[in-house]
Ligand binder design. Sequence first.
Ligand code: CMP
Length: 147
Amino acid sequence: MEQTFVMLKPGVLQRRIAGEVLGRFERKGLKIIALKLLRLDRKLVEAHYAEHRGRDFYEKLVEYTLSGPVIAMVLEGEDAVAVVRKLTGPTSLLEAPAGTIRGDYAAKTRLNIVHASDSPAGAEREIALFFCPDEFCPWEDGNAPWF
Ligand code: CMP
């Protein structure tokens, strides 16, 4: 099974929609195997968004990510990276269709409310940035193979 990294950005808690957004991943059948609420420091945000350093939106993106607590998680499932990206929708505000998380909840590209890894290699890097091995809690579906 594949794992991916998802971060619900500060706007999620500020808008009281953590349950709704998390629910979309759960309804799809993705398995939460690590989850935490945390306030990031600048060093971690800059490491996480290193590829965007120098872009015109970079400083504001860092500022927004530091503006309140985030919810970081590792989700597991078949083709989890691609499946989660389908649920989040594309980054661009104009391209994110209704029905996707970004399409439904973001009015500005920079203020979109969710980050999801864009490749298995990216997921591995981001998971290692945010989680230690002892923060994982793997579990089995037992005899209920719904997903
Ligand atoms: P995220 O998936 O967290 O990854 C990088 C973030 O940079 C992205 O979501 C947006 O919040 C932001 N971003 C990417 N492209 C743009 C853009 N063209 N304009 C403003 N913000 C952007």
